[in-house]
Design a protein around this ligand. Sequence first.
Ligand SMILES: *Cc1c(COP(=O)(O)O)cnc(C)c1O
Length: 368
Amino acid sequence: MNLRNQLNFSGGPGVLPESVLRQVQEAIVEVPGVGLSILGISHRSDWFTGVVAELEANIRALLALPQDYHVLFLQGGATQQFSMVPMTLLRGRTQAAEYLHTGYWSGKAIPEAGREGPVRVVWSGEDEGFRRLPGEDELAFAADAPYIHYVSNETVEGLQFHRVLGRDDVPRVCDMSSDFLSRPCEAERFSLIYAHAQKNIGPAGMTVVLIRDELLAKAPDGLHGFLDYRKHVEAHSTYNTPPVFAIYVVLLMTRWLLDEVGGVERMGEINRGKAAALYELLDRSEGFYKGRVAPNDRSTMNVTFRLATPKLEARFLEQALSAGFYGLSGHRSTGGVRASLYNAMTLPAVENLVDFMETFKRSHQTAA
Ligand SMILES: *Cc1c(COP(=O)(O)O)cnc(C)c1O
């Protein structure tokens, strides 16, 4: 059988493990022990209450999350968090929230925050085309900011922070949508982490929010119920009908991470190995494949590169697709090539891509 899922290099929704897909296939018809399809089980059932409880416990275990965090499963994607975060933490404040502008997705979060209150862009990589991340000597954070916000992995550009930013006396807020549970993240150093499921940990439709209890006490009154984290805390993530299917698949993914992979430390090692295989090829290609970003800021999740001419790039993408490597076109905003190596992408699949790229290079080197 041709395991198509091994060849899905898409930027998102991303690849899921074969073993999880098999369980999903079974659950579509009948969840073992329940006698109903996953698509028709009530979110008010004891079974689903158990799913939410187990998923929460698994995430706490994977991240060694302290007890004073709430674990929420929301809708609206990461995009809704671009708004919910400043509604909760910035509305009515006079000090500016501090945002880093490191790429496409952080650039989407900034104007949404601006609707709620003052925002200061601490650093922007825009003038340099988002080819690198800032060093510590380029960053000065204010002690009185309501919070700082950054994106740990800029999915479009292929930039990833390999350290925690900010200061310990100002709440850190981080969009980890494209690297959540792909490596250890020192969750206890953040006040709020959000990540939608569809890059690393499941299908689209669900967003994980980890929020420290003390932030809720300071939230303004009068928020719409659906946009108020406190309502979701009280309702244990069933304030309205939640995406039962998506939440169940994420539960299966956390079981896979715990039982088959062996935790996020191990997942991080595997992900570093996959990325290294591809970056080593770029580095020894003598400029045939040109990496987009500064080597120190390379992402383990999204490997971005260009070829010499748009024509050669188009030929590469076309031949890759017919060889079974799906989803390699760069984001519509940047072009180029992007290989996304999310958790379920296997090392053998990455090695297949490396072989394909070696062969393509040999047959096109002189033509370029
Ligand atoms: C894909 C992505 C988003 C957009 O998420 P939606 O769920 O589509 O709203 C936001 N942030 C990051 C870092 C992403 O990779």
